[in-house]
Design a protein around this ligand. Structure first.
Ligand code: PGA
Length: 255
């Protein structure tokens, strides 16, 4: 089954508003001929509105890195899915391992965020992945299963096409130590099976991205795997040539 590859840059807490506009403009220019790959950028939330306005109607989708699970109210410092949508976001990442580890988000929090994003009309990228200790003790599948079950529990079955999963082993994020294609494929195959249970008949059409030290040098071997349909890219997405090269590899593999 041929799926459209999806490459998304997670800029994490990097770049000011003007820098973000220039970086996104470079990415747009460098990737403008790529018809067979879906490309997204998740900038810091303060830059999102400016970027979304600039890129509305282009091939670059702008999305949030995180959100909150209430629509409005006395939640100082938070930003809801409705607001992200209003600012021009088309998608939102939930459950990134930095949110889980640093900000102590629970599986339940992430499930609530996921459901509210879909309700607000945002596409979702749901992150999952095990720590090094969990992998070493053979808990990878159990961890990924519990993370995804909780995240998808309240997601309407009819919205499967709006949901992307990003498998990001925590030990591979920002470390330069990517999972081998074979190891990533094993996890992606397992995730495809879980998706089939949650969304019967739809898993073949759903995108499962790999994330964790994706670079131009390893993108092709990862994306050639049958269940790897894209990448969530951190560090390399801040370098426009590197990010564009990863998009180019995905575009070529689609053709
Ligand atoms: P990395 O980050 O590509 O720098 O490992 C991945 C991510 O932040 O999702």
């Amino acid at each position: 089954m041929k799926r459209t590859f999806k490459i998304v840059g997670n800029w994490e807490l990097n770049k000011g508003i003007q820098e973000s506009l220039s970086l996104a403009a470079e990415v747009t220019e460098l990737t403008k001929g790529y018809q067979s790959v879906a490309i997204g950028i998740a900038p810091v939330s303060l830059s999102l509105h400016a970027l979304a306005q600039k890129h509305s109607g282009t091939h670059i989708h702008i999305g949030g890195q995180n959100t909150y699970f209430e629509k409005s109210g006395a939640f100082t410092g938070e930003c809801s899915p409705t607001l992200l949508k209003d600012a021009g976001a088309t998608f939102c990442i939930v459950g990134h391992s930095e949110r889980r580890q640093i900000f102590k988000e629970s599986n339940e929090d992430i499930g609530k965020k996921a459901a509210l994003c879909l309700e607000a009309g945002l596409d979702l990228i749901v992150c999952c992945g095990e720590t090094e200790a969990e992998r070493e003790t053979n808990k990878t599948n159990a961890i990924v299963e519990s993370q995804l079950k909780a995240a998808l529990m309240n997601c309407p079955k009819g919205l499967a096409k709006n949901i992307t999963i990003a498998y990001e082993p925590v030990w591979a994020i920002g470390t330069g130590k990517s999972a081998t294609p074979e190891l990533a494929q094993e996890a992606h195959g397992f995730i495809r099976g879980l998706l089939e249970t949650h969304f019967p008949g739809n898993s073949e059409h759903m995108v499962i991205q790999y994330g964790g030290s994706v670079k131009p040098g390893n993108a092709e071997s990862l994306l050639k795997m049958p269940d790897i349909d894209g990448a969530l890219v951190g560090g390399a997405s801040l370098k426009p040539e590197d990010f564009a090269q990863i998009c180019n590899i995905a575009n070529n593999l689609s053709n």
